[in-house]
Design a protein around this ligand. Structure first.
Ligand code: ADP
Length: 197
């Protein structure tokens, strides 16, 4: 059954690589479309936390969720694509942070943006991991780019996740940004304006 587990893991890894390549192809050919619908924000965060917490805790990380948004509110967005972006950047934060480190996922509404017909929300994923060299900061958003030549050997991955994520965030009306200090940690963040459904 240890073999079975390994087999399952490599199957899943292969599937995620195929899905990334297909998404990139879809984006490059201009065929990527969003499917927006009202979604329950609290339910969304709970289910995302359920997916990511085990990964983080298995690695001996603290996973902290700070959701200051949207009690009982339905917001209109593409749930699967938003989830894909956050799984990617939280997954990276977990991957590039060593034991004993922190990953903090927060959702913060803009002051005074509540009560109207839309919410302006900043999504942020902060980690205390290896950080990113300033000269690599722009290129990590390019397809197939990793911060260091030995990244794929040491950490795996294909360098497609951030390219796809930044395009998806763009399609949702935001910009995926990064702040990082080498050896101290990184923060990936974006702000979206979502209609209340
Ligand atoms: P992958 O994770 O498959 O390598 P991504 O496009 O998701 O590809 O990320 C590109 C590169 O950006 C990574 O290989 C890594 O060098 C760097 N990176 C992304 N997120 C982080 C992070 N939280 N901390 C340090 N480096 C990161």
């Amino acid at each position: 059954s240890e073999h079975l587990e390994k087999l399952k893991q490599s199957g899943n890894l292969l599937l995620s690589i195929i899905n990334n390549v297909l998404d990139m192809a879809k984006i490059e050919s201009g065929k990527m479309e969003l499917n927006v619908q009202p979604m329950d924000m609290e339910d969304f965060v709970r289910s995302l936390e359920g997916m990511m917490r085990p990964q983080a805790e298995q690695k001996g990380l603290r996973f902290i969720v700070e959701n200051r948004c949207c009690q009982g509110l339905a917001l209109v967005t593409d749930r699967l694509r938003l989830e894909q972006v956050l799984i990617n950047i939280i997954g990276n934060a977990v991957k590039f942070t060593g034991e004993g480190g922190d990953v903090i996922f927060s959702i913060t509404p803009e002051e005074g943006s509540s009560g109207g017909q839309r919410e302006r929300l900043t999504f942020s994923v902060k980690d205390t991991g290896i950080g990113i060299a300033s000269e690599a900061m722009d290129s990590i958003f390019n397809a197939f780019e990793q911060a260091e030549k030995n990244t794929s050997v040491k950490y795996g991955g294909t360098g497609l996740g951030l390219a796809i994520s930044s395009r998806l965030v763009q399609m949702m009306g935001g910009t995926l940004g990064v702040r990082s200090v080498l050896g101290e940690g990184s923060e990936f963040y974006f702000t979206l304006t979502l209609p209340i459904g």
